[in-house]
Design a binder for this molecule. Structure first.
Ligand code: ACO
Length: 381
């Protein structure tokens, strides 16, 4: 048998999708046909979630309906709060969110006693997707508050998704400029075709497992610093460097040690990530709002020096890390924010996989020992 190994599945088209298209040649990303920049500039995140799930932007009535369900499912349930409180206060928030999604799945699918029913109907899975998207902000917000020894803050019914998320995290109403930057980040992070976490979700869905199991697996894939964990890692790099004048010496050392510089590079985009200019503009707004030109200086210096030396461009995690930091999120909370956004894309892909399923099961080429045998083993007659 001939084998043509595509290490890391690089360059492999694994299936078709109608949810988003990444075109690195023209540096574009569209969700259901709409350029992501236009969506980020004009749409609330809830409308983009609706678009990803349903294929069209919502009418005013459909958006109001989605928001009503989102509002009804925002509060942390006692069972979820107890579970979070049972975890060590210094557990990584990615592990907390992953564990909570597992519990939500166990509660939601209780009573299903035949594994053939685990997959659920399309209507059930859309409903589960919306409720999961609604439930996660409180989990993430409370996770950050708990690490500071602060009390849970209940959601506010008069605030939409982004403003309420910031309210539940910080206990004060955010400035509209901050809400807008946060909303844009959620839109930009929502979907990105067959990235590692989405593909993980599709692999799990392809076995006809349930939606929650697929999301739990996706969270595990997102945690790694080569994927979503990079937004957290970017801030560790910023902290290590300290200020713009240290960039040159820091880079000399990091590159001599063959370190990967977090927030740079991408498997698909080789000439720049289509989402970066929009997120960089949001970061610039935050830099002005919080009067932190030092952050922009460090950002710009590291970017220009690294690009000049390696020709490798920033990805979305590069501007989003410092943006979330300026908003007041803990560094450890950054990747969970990515979950809150990407759960919309994941669930859209899970439903797409279920609608046209083929078990995902590639081949492997073997290069282990030649066949050998256990001493003294005598096969049964
Ligand atoms: N810093 C230093 N060198 C890099 C970087 C980087 N960030 N990215 C790529 N390179 C170099 C590699 O060392 C390699 O060099 P070599 O050929 O001399 O060995 C070459 O560029 C190719 O890199 P690969 O890792 O093989 O490219 P791949 O397409 O597999 O990697 C990846 C993409 C994993 C994202 C990589 O660029 C990386 O590790 N970046 C840092 C982590 C990161 O920011 N991840 C976020 C991804 S985007 C997102 O999830 C929103």
């Amino acid at each position: 048998m001939t084998t043509d190994i595509k290490k890391g599945l690089a360059g492999v088209f694994a299936d078709v999708t109608a949810i988003s298209k990444v075109d690195p040649e023209i540096n574009s990303l569209v969700y259901r046909g709409y350029p992501v920049q236009e969506l980020a500039a004009t749409q609330p995140f809830e409308a983009v979630a609706y678009l990803l799930w349903n294929g069209e932007l919502p009418t005013d009535e459909q958006l109001a309906e989605l928001r009503a369900i989102e509002h009804a499912n925002r509060a942390l349930s006692p069972a979820v709060k107890d579970l979070i409180d049972a975890m060590p206060v210094d557990s990584h928030p990615m592990d907390e969110v992953r564990t909570v999604v597992s519990l939500l799945g166990a509660i939601d699918t209780a009573g299903i006693d035949n594994v053939l029913d685990a997959v659920g109907t399309p209507a059930e899975n859309l409903d589960r997707s919306i409720r999961l998207f609604a439930a996660l902000p409180a989990v993430i917000a409370y996770g950050q508050r708990r690490r500071h020894g602060d009390e849970l803050i209940e959601p506010r019914d008069d605030l939409d998704y982004a403003a309420n998320f910031l309210w539940m995290t910080f206990g004060e109403e955010a400035d509209p400029a901050v809400v807008d930057a946060f909303n844009r980040s959620m839109v930009l992070y929502a979907e990105h075709s067959f990235n590692a976490s989405t593909f993980t979700a599709r692999v799990i869905a392809s076995t006809l497992s349930d939606l929650y199991s697929a999301v739990v697996g996706a969270i595990g894939a997102l945690k790694g610093p080569l994927h979503g964990g990079a937004n957290e890692a970017v801030l560790h790099v910023f902290t290590e460097i300290g200020s713009a004048e240290n960039v040159g010496a820091w880079l000399d050392e990091a590159l001599a040690a063959k370190r990967k510089i977090m927030g740079f590079g991408h498997r698909v985009y080789k000439r720049g990530d289509s989402r970066v200019p929009t997120m960089k503009a949001a970061l610039d707004t935050l830099v002005a709002h919080y009067d932190r030109p030092d952050v922009a200086e460090l950002y710009d210096t590291l970017e220009s020096e690294f690009v000049a030396r390696k020709g490798i461009y920033p990805n979305l995690d590069y501007p989003s890390g410092p943006a979330y930091s300026l908003m007041g999120f803990d560094t450890l909370t950054f990747t969970p924010l990515f979950i809150a956004a990407r759960v919309t894309g994941w669930t859209a892909h899970i439903m797409e996989q279920q609608a046209s399923n083929a078990l995902i099961r590639p081949l492997s080429a073997y290069d282990g020992p030649d066949e050998r045998h256990i001493d003294g083993y005598v096969p049964d007659a």
